[in-house]
Design a protein around this ligand. Structure first.
Ligand SMILES: Cc1ncc(COP(=O)(O)O)c(C=O)c1O
Length: 483
């Protein structure tokens, strides 16, 4: 394999970004001017009538009217009919530049034909599932091992959520310890043990509705970037049976919404070694998006276990898996009957031929085309010009990127924390609504973002498309109150 390249061309100046984010949340919000917002909302009433009718009807049969958190678009969800490369079209025929990219998996762009053709071949020969071994399972596992040598073995599963559940179980089985430490605010799927300290650091069980206390009593959180807080937790845990694992997103929680210093991962690695805990990298977003070697290759840090999702099947269904040290991953070995040391997992549709062939060719194509790096450069271009627009209008907003993951923080809702609970409680509603409005305004200008604050770039984002997008962003950002 040739020397690996990565999507990040220059590592963030984390201190400066964090200082600017702090300044953003320290001041009152700067939403869109009311008359401008009214005009943006008119777009939905005039141009999205079929979407409205469909999603209104869906509310009768589907809770909330949509099946996916990312589709909760204000003022109502948009129904999509077609996706290709950097574009999506809704059922009313409106075209959008697609910076959601399905939430991250499609680094090659949406509905990439060379992968689709390979998937169709397998569907034509054996259908999507047989329940027995298919050669593409081996091909995909070998390929992942080639790109990321720390993945000595790989067990494929149905989603990132399932894979985190499995990794935690394997870590506990292997270390015979119980505690698992995560970063406050980080999302690692919605399993009972991980709906803890979700979105906002310090919130613990706040969102654990329907989850009994016992289910996450061995989950702990530490404040983002606070290594001494992590050390203190590890020390206390040592007196209480020990820490099975520390799980982190290597670019920082929520795809780097709170970015980490470059040496953060290495320092967590050292702490894990000192205290006998396993280090789990959640690479659901970063795996292959940052480069074929993932965040672990970029940062040069070897985790014990890695969580995969999204890119591992190139956007095709059943995207998940756990890989890592053979002796830990081997605790999953299937078969009837127990050895007593087995971490039990399963899944009727896990590692089906469709997911495996899609993953295999998506990764091959990503390497062949250098898609992660191309998407990363697209992220640089978008970020640099967004920041120029922010500066031009003297806005307090912050644009920053880690390769093809671009953040555009305007309301800062994701950056609140419980260090100042009164401020957070007072401001969360208005900051949340502002981000909904921003998302709606971008959409009315033909841009689809993730929750109005994040953009996932793909290889399909040419300079022309980005420059077109920038004009549309400016049409929104120039209408902020006070401009
Ligand atoms: C970092 C991270 N971990 C885990 C998950 C959960 O993955 P899935 O949605 O496949 O269950 C996500 C989903 O967005 C994620 O971003």
């Amino acid at each position: 394999m040739t020397e690996q390249q990565y999507a990040i061309s220059e590592y963030l100046d984390v201190e400066t970004v964090n200082a600017r984010l702090k300044a953003l949340t320290s001041q009152p919000i700067r939403p869109l001017k009311r008359d401008a917002m009214t005009k943006f909302l008119e777009y939905f009433n005039q141009k999205c009538t079929k979407s409205k009718a469909l999603t209104d009807e869906a509310k009768k049969y589907i809770p909330g009217g949509v099946q996916h958190n990312l589709a909760f678009n204000y003022p109502f969800p948009i129904a999509i009919e077609k996706a290709d490369g950097a574009y999506m079209w809704d059922v009313d025929g409106n075209r959008y530049i697609d910076f959601l990219q399905a939430g991250g998996p499609t680094v090659l762009g949406s509905n990439y034909a060379p992968v689709r053709e390979k998937v169709m071949e397998v569907i034509n020969s054996c259908g999507p599932v047989t329940g027995l071994f298919h050669e593409y399972e081996l091909k995909l596992a070998k390929l992942i091992n080639e790109y990321m040598p720390a993945i000595e073995m790989f067990r494929m599963l149905g989603s990132g959520t399932e894979s985190v559940m499995a990794a935690v179980r394997a870590a506990r089985t292997y270390t015979k310890k119980k505690k698992v430490i995560k970063v406050g605010g980080a999302y690692h799927g919605w399993s009972d043990s991980m709906v803890y300290g979700l979105h906002i650091p310090g919130t613990g069980r706040l969102e654990a509705t329907g989850i009994p206390r016992g289910a996450n009593k061995n989950t702990q959180e530490f404040f983002p970037n606070n290594l001494s807080a992590l050390r203190r937790k590890l020390i206390v845990n040592r007196l209480r049976g020990g820490t099975a694992a520390v799980i982190i997103e290597p670019v920082g929680p929520e795809s780097g919404t709170r970015p980490v210093p470059f040496d953060f991962n290495q320092k967590v690695r050292e702490l894990c070694d000192e205290f006998g805990a396993l280090l789990i990298f959640d690479e659901v977003v970063t795996g292959f998006r940052l480069g074929m070697g993932g965040a672990q290759g970029y940062f040069g840090v070897k985790p014990d276990l890695t969580i995969f999702g999204k890119c591992v099947t190139g956007g095709y269904p059943m995207a998940g898996g756990v890989g890592g040290r053979a002796e830990v991953v081997n605790t999953f070995a299937p078969g009837i009957g127990g050895t007593g040391e087995r971490a039990y997992i399963g899944g009727t549709l896990s590692a089906n031929p469709l997911s495996c062939v899609a993953g295999y060719y998506a990764l091959k194509e990503m390497e062949r085309t250098n898609a992660p790096v191309i998407a990363g450069r697209a992220g640089d271009r978008l970020t640099k010009s967004l920041q120029a627009i922010i500066d031009k209008y003297d806005l307090p907003f912050v644009a920053y990127n880690q390769g093809s993951i671009v953040h555009l923080e305007t309301s800062g809702v994701m950056l609140l924390d419980l260090k100042n609970p009164l401020k957070t409680l007072k401001e969360i509603k208005s900051r949340k609504h502002m981000i909904e409005e921003m998302g709606a305004a971008y959409m009315a200008e033909g841009l689809i973002t993730l929750a109005g604050s994040r953009m996932y770039m793909s290889m399909a984002d040419t300079n022309e498309i980005i420059d077109d997008a920038l004009e549309r962003f400016e049409a929104v950002l120039s209408k902020v109150e006070g401009v």
